[in-house]
Every structure is written in C-alpha cells, then in structure tokens.
Design a protein around this ligand. Structure first.
Ligand SMILES: [Mg+2]
Length: 236
C-alpha cells in the first residue's frame, strides 16, 4: 500500500477456498456482528462480475452495503462492476474494458473514516482479479488478516489448509476459517457421512493439522456463527 493512501487501520479480508462457497453470506454476517457491536463499518468489494451495477439488488456490493447500514454509496462499495459472470478480467474484456488494477487498492480509501472495513474478495484466494493482480496479491498489499470461507462439505480440511498456507506464505495472518452451509443441512447427524458430522470432524482435523485459527460454522441462511467469534478482536 502506498504510505500516502489512508485506509482504516483495522480490517478483515474475506476470501474463499473457491467461488460459490458462501463468501458473501459470511461477510454479511461478520458485518452485521460488527455493526451490532457499535462500530462504523466500511464494506468493500474491489471488483464484481455477474452484475449490471453496484446497486443491483441481490448483488454482492448491495448485500454488503445493506448489512453495513447503507453507508456512503454502493459505488463506493464496489467501484468496478462487469456484467458477465466470469473472472473479472475476462468479464471486463467481454465489454471492451479492462480491470483498473491500481483502483483495486486505492478504492479502499473511500472507507478511511470507518472504524473497520470488511473486504470481500472475488473467487478464491489465488483467483485473478485483474490482468496483473491475484486476490492474494491484493490481500498482501492491504495487509489485513484474512477470513477463509469454505463450503461446509467433504474436502474442507484440504481446501482450508491449502488456502491458509498460501495466505501465510504471502505474509498474511489468518483470523478465522468459516465453514458455510451453502445448502440446507441434510442427513442424520449420527451418520458420520452426514453434513453435520463431516463439519464437526473437519473442525477437529483442522486443529490437529495445524490450522492455528478459530473455525466457526455458519448455518444455511443463518446470521450468527457457531461458536460465536469476536470479529473486532479477530481483526486486531
Ligand atoms: Mg460473493
């Protein structure tokens, strides 16, 4: 980050193990927790694809903006939007444009008056955001602790450890992992192959294999994490 660029000293960068793993649901729940705790929360999505405008209902920027209590404008939440639901640089090229790579970083300055800012990346940690920028590059340039979000299903140990290790290799702290139920929970919890049992086992195995960060679960359509986590402290 250029020293001249004023940004909140405290923030969280919410990233995923992949696209479609429940990242926005987790970011929204974190933002609501912080707002309820009395903080002025900025929300930032450096680039979004698959929506026509930053204020499109149901789109990520609009959902983040509403969760934060409608601060500033949706365009401040997400200064770069491209309609095709593909990787941002490809979506920009599809309409004859390009992602503004420096703006991915400098757009964050819109939230300099906030107590804390919650950033939602696009795709997974190493997904491309612009022609020259991966998500991990932007996260490292900003420097906030990351929150790894993963879909609560089989494979969570491998996906979360791979993402956490990549983040740490880039010099980033891992504040927490969120296992997000992207579909209603199915199966008998007593069955070791049920959703509930897989997630409980993944939590234990992530700890055993050195994740060294809290693991919390977000139910399908839920607003609160199990167990609860102090997101203000997690960002410190
Ligand atoms: Mg999202």
């Amino acid at each position: 980050m250029p020293a001249s660029l004023a940004i909140p000293s405290r923030g969280l960068f919410v990233t995923g193990t992949d696209t479609g793993v429940g990242k926005t649901a987790a970011a929204v729940a974190i933002v609501r927790w912080l707002v309820a705790a009395g903080h002025r929360v900025g929300v930032y999505k450096p680039v979004a694809s698959g929506i026509a405008a930053a204020d499109e209902p149901g789109g990520d920027p609009r959902r983040l903006w509403e969760a934060a209590g409608r601060p500033a404008t949706p365009a401040a939440v997400c200064p770069q939007v491209f309609p095709a639901a593909i990787a941002p640089a490809r979506a920009a090229a599809a309409v004859g444009l390009a992602v503004d790579d420096p703006l991915l970083r400098t757009g964050l300055a819109a939230w300099k008056e906030s107590d804390i800012v919650v950033i939602e990346g696009a795709g997974g940690l190493c997904s491309p955001l612009g022609a020259d920028t991966l998500g991990v590059d932007l996260a490292a340039a900003i420097g906030y602790p990351i929150v790894v979000v993963d879909a609560a299903r089989l494979g969570a140990v491998g996906r979360n450890l791979a993402t956490a290790r990549a983040a740490r290799a880039a010099g980033l702290a891992v504040a927490a992992c969120v296992l997000s139920h992207v579909a209603p929970v199915a199966g008998d919890p007593a069955d070791p192959a049920s959703d509930e049992a897989i997630v409980a086992a993944a939590r234990a195995d992530l700890e055993r294999h050195g994740l060294a960060a809290p693991v919390v679960i977000l139910g399908h359509g839920a607003d609160v994490f199990r167990p609860p986590l102090d997101w203000w402290r997690a960002a410190g």
